[in-house]
Structure formats: structure tokens, C-alpha cells
Design a protein around this ligand. Sequence first.
Ligand code: ADP
Length: 501
Amino acid sequence: MNTQTPIETRLEAFRERWSGKVGKMLIGGEWREAQSGETFSTEDPATGEKLADVASGGQADVDAAVAAARAAFEGPWSKVKPDERARLINKLADLIEANGEELALTETLDVGRPIQFSRMADVGGAIGQLRYQAGWATKIQGETNEISAPGEWLSYVLREPVGVVGQIVPWNFPLAMAAAKLGPALAAGCTVVLKPAEQTPLSTIRLGELALEAGIPEGVVNVVTGYGRTAGAMLASHMDVDKIAFTGSTQTGRAIIEASKTNFKRISLELGGKSPTFIFADADLKKAIPAAAMGIFFNAGQVCAAGSRLFVAEEVADQVLEGIAGMAKMLRVGHTLDPETIIGPLVSEQQLDRVTGYIESGRQEGATVLVGGGRKEGPGWFVEPTVLVDTEANMKVRREEIFGPVLCAHRFTDADDADRLARMGNETEFGLAASIWTRDISMAHKLARRLKAGSIRINGSGGVDPALPLGGYKSSGWGRENGKAGIDAYTELKAVSVALD
Ligand code: ADP
């Protein structure tokens, strides 16, 4: 299938693959239903229609997957050389590319993402991640150290794979995030139990199939589908899991920390955000306005690094807000299979209620709805792109992560006071990302230094790049994914000292 294949043919192939079947779990190279026989269903958020039943993993399944991952880690996978690991990861990337249209459609139907973005963000993102991470497999280095103990010594530090890793993935970018977690784990020599979100399990099941097809040995990649409070929590508290890599809400991040205390697992957490965008009076507004709009409306705001707070200089505030409101009205909200659609639905009715609840709370606390503000009638979980103005720091909409297409705007004066602006930027518990739009090079860098945020963009927008560390300050997480920090997070250090005398 390619982009020329008619949509009906592609949908037919999708239905043939999934409907009336139970999506199984990949455990030790075999596809299995849950030992309890339980299942849950996944739906298309654009229509509310059921897509498939999927195995609901419980303790016995998690135990079996962890045992398979342990056996592979101690056994065959430990003998696989770095260049072969790199080759296998690259092969998986090739297979994702070869099956790109099918995977994009799967994401579109399961996540509710407009098809053009499933191609770009999910399929393109997964391929880019795997090819980048494959390169690390052959570049993992220890070090030698001179020590001060009497006598002659040879001391060196080994960097070893951390072991069996539980990877818990959210529903907003299931395939890209699974690939971003799988890539460095495999490159470092770890084995994995992947748990996709219960809302969006289908592409991860396909990823498991492709991992086997790529020749990745049985047990190295396991997929357990199920609910967070059961399968996810069981993985997080499991005594034989060495590390949990988690992306999701800050609240669940806290639960993971608690659960991981059982055996002092290593943990990486990529959590929520409430990221500020600053637009100064001297900014290139032709670029800043669409970037600020897409920074919050892309993926219906279901992006952890979404630019959900806008601080705009008083001198240009009317122009900027009108521009963003104009885009909010213009961006096509609609069916996800329509190639022109820019904004799809939220992932579930629960999220719809949550987001509309926040908009209502903003109104009650005194914010004004400049544009949007309601759900879109009809089937599916659609919310209108919304801009709230006159928002203040103490309002719930300004402090909490909404995870929907809702921008909270605030006008600022004293544009030369970097300390004051940074305090505004830093006023929430989060610290994931920030954007700055100004032609004043010194203000841009002053503000970048003062903001407590893991990723900062100046005069530009864009997504995740696997070469750059990704993660947050404060309640936005622990550790970094991607870049060198990302591969190091899948390793343990071991200091070895040899007395030569
Ligand atoms: P949201 O609340 O937006 O659905 P979550 O952080 O709950 O986001 O979900 C992200 C991932 O974490 C999903 O795979 C989900 O199943 C999983 N999860 C949810 N609760 C727990 C938990 N208590 N322990 C481990 N994983 C969990």
C-alpha cells in the first residue's frame, strides 16, 4: 500500500487485520491472549466506533513477559555484538518505512490523529528515532581513571546495559514514543517489556510483529497490553524489572516512583508540561503567530510540550491574539482520514470532559473566551481550538496541564526585565519546554538561561529531534531521553580496579 492506494482499500485491509479479532501480546516470541482471557476494546475517537478487542494483561502475563525478557537478557541477547544490534534496529526502521502507510492509518484510527500528521509524526518520527539510536549501539564507551590509592593500579569504568526494562507509553504518540524508548534500550543491550496505553495499543502490537520480522531474537522485545492500573502498575512494582522508562501524566509518574521502590528500579520519567511561549514586540510576527497557534493546536493540544501559556508584549498583543484567533477559526477540524484535516478529536470522551471542564473553570475564574470554547457537535470527541485571554497566574487553567487545544494568554509590559519574565514563565510546577520570539539576541539568551525548562526554542518551532536531550525540570520528570543522555540512561556504571603490584 502507498499513498495512491484508495482509502477504502486501505480501510478494508485494516478491518481485515483487526476487526472481530483479539489483539494478542508478544511474550517470548509467541503471540498470546491474556491468561485470564480478559480483553478490552479500543475505539476510533473520530467516530466512537470500536476498532478491536485487545488482550488485557494481568500479573501472570507480566510475570511471563518479564521472565522472557530476563532469559533473553542473560542469554542470547548478551552475546549479540553492538554492530549486529545496530543492524537489527536499522532493519526495524526499514520495516516501519516499508509498512508506513498501514502504520499511519492504524495511528489515525486508534489515536484520532489527522492522517498527514500520523505519516509525519508517528511513522517519520519512529523511523528517525530508530535510525538515530541505532548509531549509539557501536558508540557506548566506558573510561579509564587514575586513582590515588598507594601502588600501581589499572582502574576502568564499564558501561553495562541496565537489564530488563519496562517501557510504559502514553496514547498521544504511541508508535513514535515506543520507538524512541525501544531504540536506545536495544542499542544499549537491554531487553524490553513494552506496555502501550490502553487507548492506543494497535501500533505497538504491529511494532512487535515487525521486531520479530526484523530478526530481533525472541524475548528481547515483549509487548504486554492492558490497563495502567493493572499491567502498568505490575510492571512498575515487579521485582525482576531493572528500570522503568515512562512517559505520561505527572500523577501517574508519582505512582511509578512509589511502585518502583520495591527494588529501587532506575526510573526515567517524561511527564506533563505547561510550557510558555513569549512573543516580544520586536518578534517576526509572520512566523511567531502561526508557530504559537500550532504550538498549542497541533494534535489538539495533546502534546506534553504544547505551548499552552502565551505571554505577549502589550504593544503587539491585539495583533498576535487576533492572528491566533483567526488561525483557530481557519484550521480545518474534521475527520482524521481527510488529508486536509489539521485538527482531529481528543483521544476519548474522558479527555473531552476534562478539557471542556477546564475551559468552564477558566470562565468561572474570570478568563474571557476569545475564540472556541466548546465541543464540536456530532460524533467523535472534538473540541474547538480555544484561546482564553485575561488569564492570571493563580487560575487553574494557568497552573494545570489541560492536554487539549486551549491557549491561556497574558499580556506583559516591562519587556526588558528578564528576571520578571522568567518568574512568569517558571510560575507553574512544570518545566518541560519554552519558546521565545524576539530579535533581541541578548534578551533571548538571558531568558533562555533563566527559564527552568528542559527544551527551549528561540525564533523557531518544531518537534522532537532524537539528537537533543528531552525531558523536564521540576515536576516535568526525571532524567532525559534522546541524545547521549538518553543512551546513558539505559546503562549502569561499574568501576573495576586492578592492583598491578
Ligand atoms: P493519562 O492520564 O493521560 O491517560 P497516564 O499517565 O495515566 O496518562 O498514562 C500513560 C501510560 O501510563 C499508559 O500506558 C497507562 O496505561 C499507564 N499507567 C496508568 N496508570 C499507571 C500506573 N499506576 N502504573 C503504571 N502505569 C500506569
